[in-house]
Design a protein around this ligand. Structure first.
Ligand code: PEP
Length: 253
């Protein structure tokens, strides 16, 4: 197998977080209309809150735009009030799931070991995981960003990922929703380090998974970020809530 045949298309995924009521479906329809009218170089996904997932998946049926969840439980069913099993996401139309987002690691105390178990649950249900990693500002300023993220990759990725479709999203916590982005040099250094870690864990197939960048990606910085070495797409928060902004980012891929 050649290296080029290992390279999947970039992925641009919108993370709506805890935003969106029924009327937000119109934004998603506008995204799908734009993507389907002018097919994108990248695969495109929208990950809405769980309450909208089924309706959004139905609204986008027939479109190339995929839908995804924002988390899943490690178990397939049972007494876990408020949680959602991976198969439930699939049942609601999801093809992907974001796992280990820093907001879940921070707000819900998710460890990398838990994230790895969630990845296994997602794979078992047939979902493609987007596994998030990223350092805090304190860790970056202490000069330990590379070590922190390498450890997160090592501990959040189970062996079951070998040969499976998945992506990593590098999201420096201090760049999420703040309007600050990492420099291109910092992004390239981190993505190269993540790639090296993937190859050390999975061998040749570690060259394939796209490494997305996330953290205040906007229409005016997307092209430069998406052109950077080893950037295989973007995980987009705030700017994915407005169809026009999200479409401009998709067009830059
Ligand atoms: C995110 O949280 O996944 C994210 C990248 O958010 P934002 O684009 O708003 O910084």
């Amino acid at each position: 197998m050649t290296l080029s045949s290992l390279k999947p298309r970039p992925l641009i995924a919108g993370n709506w977080k805890m935003n969106g009521l029924a009327q937000a479906l119109d934004e998603a329809r506008a995204v799908a209309g734009g993507v389907d009218a002018r097919p994108a170089a990248a695969r495109v996904a929208i990950c809405p809150p769980a309450t909208l997932l089924h309706r959004l998946s139905q609204a986008l049926e027939g479109s190339s735009v995929l839908t995804g969840g924002q988390d899943c439980h490690v178990r397939t069913s049972g007494a876990h009030t408020g949680d959602i099993a991976a198969a439930m996401l699939v049942d609601a139309g999801a093809a992907l799931v974001i796992l280990g987002h820093s907001e879940r690691r921070e707000d819900h105390g998710e460890t990398s070991a838990l994230v790895a178990a969630k990845v296994e649950a997602a794979l078992a249900a047939g979902l493609e995981p987007i596994i998030c990693v990223g350092e805090s500002l304190a860790r970056r300023e202490a000069g330990s960003a590379l070590q922190v993220v390498t450890a997160q990759v090592r501990e959040s990725l189970p062996a079951a990922l070998a040969g499976q479709a998945f992506s990593i999203a590098y999201e420096p916590i201090w760049a999420i929703g703040t309007g600050r982005t990492a420099t291109i040099a910092d992004i390239e250094e981190m993505h190269a380090s993540i790639r090296a870690q993937l190859i050390s864990m999975f061998g040749e197939s570690g060259k394939a998974p796209p490494i997305l960048y996330g953290g205040s990606v906007k229409p005016d910085n997307a092209a430069e970020i998406l052109r950077a070495a080893e950037v295989g797409g973007a995980l987009v928060g705030g700017a994915s809530l407005k169809a026009a902004d999200f479409l401009a980012i998709i067009a830059a891929a």
